[in-house]
Write a protein that binds this ligand. Structure first.
Ligand SMILES: [Zn+2]
Length: 607
């Protein structure tokens, strides 16, 4: 870059910084109110050897204000050149921010309606996880997956990385020719000989839903509109586990209207995936830790499916409005599970959710502003700051509205809400005014009962939070009392317990259990060898503080293979409290298996 361009660039940068606060989304440098990207043609190659993605991202742009620059987000990207219809365009990367990355500022000509960026991702790109063959189920082929939410898309693709910017896309992706590539788009079902795959996504999506997976994958149909991709070693298990998916899709459509994304397929990832699931449109990414062998953890599929309405169709405008994505989705997930398994089943899910919420609020502090539904995440990494509050407090608010107004009327409202706001963004303030205008103002007495603003802008759990009773959990509580009174475990009436009952059991056992007590439990119920990740996690949380020996090896093995942050965080916290040296030792060995999302949380905790 020569001096004149540099000086010119600095002027741009100062201008950009001075109006920083005018940006609608403080987690993106882009200024879509001036110039917005509307379509992406992506042409990239996936290089496993050098662990990078490189190629061309060509955007169709709409210059709304005759602006002289397009700003894209980037994080660690190497930019080789920028062109518009083969003519070079000046560009520069602005100041680095440790959370947001750097703005890629491109000078535009008046007539520019497309811009091509030739780039390469960094070897340590935060969104990408490159797995060696040993880290996969089949042990013979490498694997790559992306995790773009919340603000990581910019680390593998220059983009306007804000939930408020939607674009359609087409892609051509070259991968090693023994692997299959799949995206959040119309997907291939079989490998081809040259390893070049093409994709088309006709429904506009925000950048955080851009997704790519590459591995030795097979496809199986689950139903007319649903299917699953997995490594051959996991495909049969996956087909069995997700057999209800088509049924879930039909139920969801009956409740909230037509599914807008044509197909709902699932990609089963290796265990280092940092989340339970990621709702990438047309292709939900899931952790293999939900393959319990008995379909007991598939509410996660209902959750990701529910995002096809809340999140993917009506999208939170910024990460401060995250509860509009997650609270609605948890509510909808439980409605699907209620239809599928009955109210007693979904109420158990709600009660476990309430237990998580109570624990989170206890940890954050009841009056802390992070317990509000509307958040203020400025200056923070959304991935680190988002908690159960958005999910579970959001759920309980919607359940309260449903109970107060009546399910029929609330469903009618929600259906209208999704259809009137489809493919648009929603912020908290607009939602509050929408629901007031379309539902609550007509019924002032009920509105007064709900006190929506207290829930949205106030701390903790308001007093009018619905209480949920469960006969199933009552029976578990009685079993715990019998255990405390010294009754033999063999006499416990637990043959038909679901994982939810077992979780409730493990969470509510007395605090003062000894190693001997744990041994008795382990002999009776084989917890240390459970094939159910949720039960294992709950069991380890009991065994760690006691120092129960027989669970130590299985715990270490679990931490060495599973990368799901929801499990890792509490387990490492407990382990660190008990034995910091051991926690550090295991973490140092396991860290290479974890995605950056999990690593960043744990580095802070342990290193
Ligand atoms: Zn979710």
């Amino acid at each position: 870059m020569n001096k004149i361009i540099y000086a010119f660039s600095m002027l741009f940068l100062v201008a950009c910084n001075s109006k920083k606060d005018l940006r609608i989304d403080l987690h993106s440098f882009s200024e879509p109110h001036h110039v917005i990207t509307t379509h992406l043609d992506l042409n990239v190659e996936v290089d496993f050897e050098n662990e990078c993605i490189s190629g061309e991202a060509r955007y169709h742009i709409e210059n709304k204000t005759g602006h002289k620059q397009l700003i894209l987000d980037s994080h660690g990207l190497q930019i080789h050149k920028v062109t518009s219809k083969d003519k070079n365009r000046n560009y520069f990367l602005g100041e680095k921010d440790s959370i947001l990355g750097q703005p890629l500022i491109i000078e535009l000509d008046k007539e520019d309606d497309e811009i091509s960026v030739f780039y390469r991702s960094a070897p340590n790109s935060k969104a990408l996880q490159w797995l060696s063959p040993e880290q996969t189920a089949g042990k013979r082929h490498p694997f790559l997956f992306t995790q773009s939410q919340a603000i990581l898309a910019r680390s593998w693709l220059p983009c306007q990385d804000s939930p408020g910017v939607r674009f359609t896309y087409e892609a051509q992706v070259k991968v090693p020719n023994d692997l299959l590539a799949v995206m959040s788009a119309e997907n291939p079902r079989e490998k081809n000989v040259d390893g070049v795959y093409t994709f088309k996504m006709e429904q506009a999506i925000p950048a955080y839903l851009m997704a790519l997976g590459v591995g030795n994958l097979e496809f199986r149909e689950l139903g007319a509109s649903t299917g699953v991709y997995a490594e051959p070693a996991l495909i049969e298990k996956s087909v069995y586990e997700f057999a209800e998916t088509e049924n879930m899709l039909r139920i969801a459509e009956e409740i909230y209207g037509a599914y807008a994304w044509d197909r709902f397929d699932i990609l089963v990832l290796p265990p280092s995936f940092p989340y339970g699931g990621m709702e990438n449109p047309r292709l939900t990414f899931v952790t293999p830790t939900i393959l319990a062998g008995d379909r007991s953890l598939t509410s996660l599929i209902a959750h990701e499916l529910a995002h096809s309405w809340s999140g993917n169709l009506v999208t939170n405008k910024t990460w401060n409005d995250f509860w509009l994505n997650e609270g609605f989705t948890v509510y909808f997930e439980r409605r699907i599970m209620e239809r599928l398994e009955g109210i007693a089943y979904s109420d158990m899910l709600s009660l476990l959710g309430r237990q998580d919420l109570d624990h989170t609020i206890e940890t954050i502090g009841h009056s802390h502003s992070d317990t509000h539904l509307k958040l203020d995440l400025s200056g923070r990494d959304p991935v680190e700051a988002l908690t159960d509050v958005a999910y579970e407090k959001g759920f309980f608010l919607l359940r309260l509205i449903e109970q107060t107004i009546g399910r029929k009327q609330f469903d009618f409202f929600l259906k209208k809400y999704f259809s009137e706001n489809a493919f648009q963004v929603m912020d908290t303030e607009s939602f509050v005014s929408y629901i007031n205008n379309h539902l609550l103002n007509e019924q002032p007495k009920l509105k007064e009962k709900i006190r929506l603003e207290d829930w949205v802008y106030g701390p903790g759990i308001p007093e009018n939070c619905p209480t949920i009773k469960s006969d199933k959990f009552k029976a578990v509580d009685q079993a715990i009392q019998s255990f405390e009174r010294g009754y033999s475990l063999a006499n416990l009436d637990c043959k038909h317990w679901s994982s939810h009952e077992w979780l409730h059991f493990l969470r509510h056992l007395p605090r003062n259990l000894t190693g001997k007590d744990l041994k008795k439990l382990d002999v009776a119920f084989n917890f240390s060898k459970s094939g159910n990740s949720e039960i294992l996690n709950a069991w380890f949380l009991r065994s760690i503080p006691v120092g129960y020996k027989a669970a130590e090896k299985p715990l270490e093995q679990f931490l060495m293979t599973v990368g799901r942050r929801k499990f890792l965080k509490p387990l490492y916290e407990a382990l660190y409290l008990k034995n910091p040296t051991k926690a550090r030792r295991i973490y140092k060995n396991a860290r290479g298996n974890y995605h950056s999302v999990s690593r960043e949380t744990l580095d802070e905790l342990i290193l």
